[in-house]
Design a binder for this molecule. Sequence first.
Ligand SMILES: [Fe+2]
Length: 452
Amino acid sequence: MSERRILIVDDSAVFRTSMKKILASMNAEIILAQDGQEGLDVALQEKFDIVVSDIDMPKINGIELCRSLKQTPSTQGIPVVMVSTFDSDSDVDKGFQAGASAYLSKYEIQDRLLETVESVLSKSKFKRNRLVMVVDDSKVVLQIVEKGLAEAGFRVITAENGKKALDLMKTIQPDLVLSDIEMPDINGFEFCQAVHTNPDLSSIPIVAMSSVTDRGYMKRMMQHGASAYLCKPFNIDELVILVEKMLSDQFHMLLMERERLDSERNLMIASITSLITALEARDNYTRGHSEAVGRIVSGMLSITGGSPKEIETVTIGGRLHDIGKIGVRDEILLKPGRLTEEEFAHIKKHPVIGANIIKSIPSFSDVIPIVLSHHERLDGKGYPQGLKGDNIHLWARMAAVADTYHSLTSDRPYRKGMVQGKALQIIEDVSGTQLCPDCVGLFFKWIAQKEA
Ligand SMILES: [Fe+2]
């Protein structure tokens, strides 16, 4: 079943069909209407997530259609994207004044319609999921504001005074608070201050509502932490616009923060890849090993239905599992013969060295168990901690199987790589003692899938 419903309104059959084609990849049900009147009738009868409308149409034009949708409580929250061949500034202005969320010239639809509709939908979903708390000792104000915001698509909770609001906020964290100032028990100033001095709540914006229009009074409220001030009496449209504006600013901030974190993570991955390349450049025999372990573990996790985020994490973890070998001396790392006990003790430090390197990168904290525990054994005879069974992180147990398989099948200074059949036999033999049987089973499934 389609998750979303899109209404396309255009009197040109060619544009209707071509827009439908462009949006076909969205897994949405797309309904077509051939003029503004038909579009309005359909939008009033059925539920839509977004309306894409032409401007110049017979009966009702796109601007009037948009205005009617925005003035009707049941359709007020549906975002509208305007498309037109007339893209003079005044057309664009008229569209936005009528409440449109975006404007596209028909010459741009091939390149930008899909991206614009996706972006408007994601903003509107963000808005629709937002929770607004209204705090006022007047039941009438609470009712009016609650109804107005709910009709505009927000989720709303109410509290009759500051004390009750603070109690509610111990368990529910709203995205925005609208608060009266003159209230019994805790007044608006005290409420605002209590929210802004609590580290768990301090990022929630507060809009103060009051009939006192004195500038000093407003200033004082802002000093206590309010982000905006709304003078009573106000009309609901004014309030909805302010709430939308504040939440959309918050959305942009979150979006920018996410982009910043993503680019920081990508930079980190690039630096780590360089480190791996540097590590493997020391030793021809391990070249490609880290990459292969990452690929095998991610393949195994995909079979279990791991989320894209988890799969990305185990891929990075697999690639980084031996990063601690950077701290192992060349004469030991590259020694062609058997290692002495002392040399082996030195090489056994690499999981801890690796975990310490990774610890300094907060966004990689999830991969630490793989780096630290990929040499643990199910029977507790592994290193560095001698963990047993389920006490070893599942991803580390998976990485251990991948690591063992790839090491066995790769050439080493002291032996040639084994043929696959022999390596698989060894893995089966150590399943239950060295390696986790569930992970071995998963690995065999991965091999079978790969070969199929
Ligand atoms: Fe290792």
